[in-house]
Design a protein around this ligand. Structure first.
Ligand SMILES: [Cu+2]
Length: 80
């Protein structure tokens, strides 16, 4: 009942979201937390000054749209 070699299950990808509305460190934390709470998101790096969020996620578990919605739900805007 075991698969052959290959220990890591998740094939993750990284995307960068452009986030508007973050003004302080608290905002950065809010966006980070909102994204990290999503199932399938493995890493989040938010840059306040760069107005962006680098998100590493498993696309089989969570979609880009889900990421955007999480940011919007937290009270910020994602721009294309
Ligand atoms: Cu703030």
């Amino acid at each position: 009942m075991s698969h052959c070699c290959g220990s890591s299950g998740a094939a993750t990808t990284t995307t960068t979201l452009k986030v508007e509305g973050m003004t302080c460190n608290h905002c950065r934390m809010s966006v980070t937390k909102a994204l990290k709470e999503l199932d399938g998101v493995t890493d989040v790096v938010v840059e306040l000054e760069g107005k962006k969020a680098d998100v590493t996620f498993d696309p089989s578990k969570v979609s880009l749209q889900d990421l955007k919605e999480a940011v919007v739900d937290a009270g910020y805007q994602v721009v294309d």
